[in-house]
Design a protein around this ligand. Structure first.
Ligand code: FAD
Length: 370
């Protein structure tokens, strides 16, 4: 049986980013994915300074955002950052255009059912046979983590891609967060991502373990459109629904020298915000560079940043105060570029402390101490 240098389980955002980084390298790679990935099963948004490696497949991007706080709208310049949007279908086809032509990568369509790690190799059991590799990058959670001791909150969302009959949207500016809606004792906001004057993704995001269904989202979106957008006649072109687990569970602790968890399974989702796509692309690059140089690299946030994330997640999940109050307070006191830098964990200690002080201090102190 052929032994691969690297096996990757899951051909989603993390697996494909790692596979692209490994394409045409000296390492032999096997990518195992159970589905044919060609549909638009999610729309990724992220911010980035300047040019990025996926700019040629962006669906849209904005240099200005609207933020609605206390029913006032603020139009904010992103000062060098751009808010970018990629449709997963474009990302999958671009990634496969690289991976499928790389001479060192085999793609296997099969469901992985078991992983057996031994001293010399790692065995990946699939319905279609077994694969042997020296190292495994795994983006699938096989054993349900015990979350009893950890903070956990589901970010769930539903949205409509709509097309209006009249010009309605300002295509230069997206609505990043609109907190004017009833918070219903959790954290919920709308975002509006215009593609042009007549087309936009209008989506509600809710941070709550009471997950809603599409019919609930439909009602909320219709009400938001009637109240705040008044789009006139429109048609729904597509609907999106999804969930992102937000938790401070230490997924990385299960890693071994052979078996490294990546993506959501590796704890690469920012636990306090649910943003993951940019972190996944950055961390895949670092991880693969380590493999190519044959050195161990760390793709986990620092202990301090994980602690800060835990505190913020605890504040929101235990409802010490709502996400609305936290983001309203931050956006009223700090520039978006400073907030992005903070969420990207690129601040120094002093800047991080300043940022924490721009959020409501009592709930944060309570979460940090108790
Ligand atoms: C609808 C939605 C929208 C999102 N939007 C954003 C956003 O705007 N910005 C952002 O930063 N983050 C966003 N996220 C969060 C995050 O970026 C995504 O969840 C991202 O896809 C996570 O990448 P991943 O590789 O960990 O998981 P996935 O992309 O889900 O990939 C896992 C892959 O593993 C495969 N698989 C599963 N089980 C097996 C098995 N047993 N054998 C073989 N293959 C298997 C699956 O088919 C899948 O292709 C969103 C998430 C969702 C669900």
């Amino acid at each position: 049986m052929k032994k691969y240098d690297v096996a990757i389980i899951g051909g989603g955002a993390a697996g494909l980013n790692c596979a692209m980084e490994l394409a045409n390298s000296k390492l032999s790679v096997c990518l195992v994915e159970k589905e044919v990935k060609n549909s638009n099963d999610r729309t990724w948004c992220f911010w980035e300074k300047g040019m990025g490696k996926f700019d040629h497949i962006l669906f849209n991007s904005w240099d200005r955002i609207n933020f609605y706080a206390k029913s006032e709208m603020e139009r904010l310049d992103l000062q060098g950052y751009t808010y970018k949007m990629i449709r997963s279908s474009d990302f999958y086809s671009y990634a496969h255009s690289i991976i499928d032509t790389a001479s060192n990568i085999d793609c296997v369509k099969a469901e992985v059912t078991d992983i057996v790690e031994s001293a010399n190799e790692i065995l990946i059991v699939t319905e279609a046979g077994e694969i042997v590799a020296d190292k495994l990058l795994n983006s699938v959670i096989f054993d349900k983590p015990n979350l009893d001791k950890y903070n956990y909150l589901v970010q769930h969302f539903g949205g409509w891609f709509i097309e209006t009959e009249e010009d309605v949207f300002d295509e230069e500016t997206c609505t990043f967060m609109d907190f004017r809606i009833d918070q219903k004792d959790d954290t919920r906001f709308f975002y509006v991502l215009p593609l042009d004057k007549r087309r936009a993704l209008v989506e509600i995001a809710v941070f709550s373990n009471d997950v809603m269904n599409m019919a609930d989202y439909d009602l909320a979106i219709q009400s938001y459109l009637d109240t705040y957008i008044q789009p006139g006649k429109f048609k729904i072109e597509e609907k999106e629904i999804g969930q992102i687990p937000m938790t401070d569970y230490p997924f990385h602790k299960a890693n071994t020298a052979r078996h490294v968890r990546i993506g959501t399974a590796g704890g690469w989702v920012k636990s306090s915000s649910g943003y993951a796509f940019k972190r996944i692309t950055d961390r895949a690059e670092i991880l693969v560079q380590g493999l190519l140089d044959n050195r161990e690299v760390n793709t986990t946030s620092s202990g301090f940043h994980r602690w800060m994330d835990s505190v913020m997640l605890k504040v929101i999940s235990k409802n010490y105060t709502g996400g609305k109050e936290i983001f309203e307070s931050m956006f009223s006191k700090r520039e978006p570029s400073a907030i992005f830098k903070f969420l990207d964990e690129e601040n120094n200690l002093l800047e991080d402390i300043r940022m924490m002080y721009s959020a409501p201090i009592l709930p944060f102190s309570r979460a940090a101490i108790f």
